[in-house]
Design a protein. Sequence first.
Length: 434
Amino acid sequence: MDGAFQITTDWWSACARQMLLKTRTIEDKQVTRTAKRLPADLISAKNSIASDRISPLDSGMSIPSATDITRDLVRFNTINPPGHEKLCSDYLGALLLDAGFEVDSYQYGDERISLVARLAGTGGKKPICFGGHTDVVTLGNQAWSVEPFAGDIVDGRIYGRGTCDMKSGVAAFVHMGLRLAAEPRGAADIVLVMVAGEETGCDGSKHLQDLGVLPEAGAMVIAEPTSNYPVLGHRGALWLNVTAHGKTAHGSMPQLGDNAVYKAARAVSKLENFGFNVPPDSLLGSTTHNVGTFHGGININSVPDRASFTIDIRSIPGHRHDEIIADLARYLGGDVEIETVVDVAPVLTKADDPWVRDVFELMTPRLGTAPEPRGAPYFTDASALTPACGNPPTLILGPGDMALAHQTDEYCDVAMIEDAAEIYETIARRWCEA
Ligand SMILES: [Zn+2]
């Protein structure tokens, strides 16, 4: 039998033994405390789980490495949409529950579950929180030269969709959690937040924010790919759908209609020269905008009565999204309607924050030089998780080259995953010191 596909029956039945169902209700949303007994579909899904390791659930056995966990996670197809992260969440929940974490699961869609896992400390200090998402983006149009859901390792790289963005980051902090759970408790809780649905606009983390179930944290690490470089924040994202309406008529008699494509096209042309009159942020640059799609008309011989396009705006701290919409509405005039599709806030922690300074100091020997303040080009769950946790200082720090996220033949260096697990452990230990 191919070891990579051997069923780990003992491991999974041990998981199932550990799991009890306890349900409570928060604001009419069903919340399941701990993972429930493994359903049949998960039992069969485990066919694709690596078995070349010993279960941590058989007491006294080794903890799976961050790389092993990454491989397991990559084998769950969680392309979003539709996401269907439930099996992946069940797997993570079972690991953490057995290690001694309290695990709460929150369902916000069909087969979509986010997890909040807490390793209780002895008290006296606010929790440290690690966050990441379990969904991945589509494979894209280009053919892959590797199997995207196998988690194969070649020449020190693990290949597959989500290896970089960001199942390796989740795996690294889960591994850290398993290790620290086996030791006497520190002063602070360690909270791991694993959300479904980030790629479409932080839906999963916003759901947790709306439920109000996250603790007030003292520090937050978002494990998105930064090649393990500590990054202080990122711009926000405001995605808008802009629609022009008109009146349809036969294409041979355009004078009887009102062409919506012309209206939308005029608006797009104006946008090319639009500039937000806001001074740039020294770290994150300027607010930018890009028209990403344009759709109009149904057939060639009709006057189109509807046309629409989308704008991706990336905003710097202090540039309010309601002001951006008002500015655009004024600039584009009454010919178009503006509708918000995604609205996620910018996040930026000051470089002189004491915890940031502490982490920078911890990172200096690893990097060979003191980290410099940097921002990430993309947005992350920090947009929702940081405010939901009381706006603690937040760093984006995770394995994987950010340039490889969403790419064909995505991969992550194994060494970087193991390094990330060590870095998280160092950060968590330091935070949890009395
Ligand atoms: Zn990501």
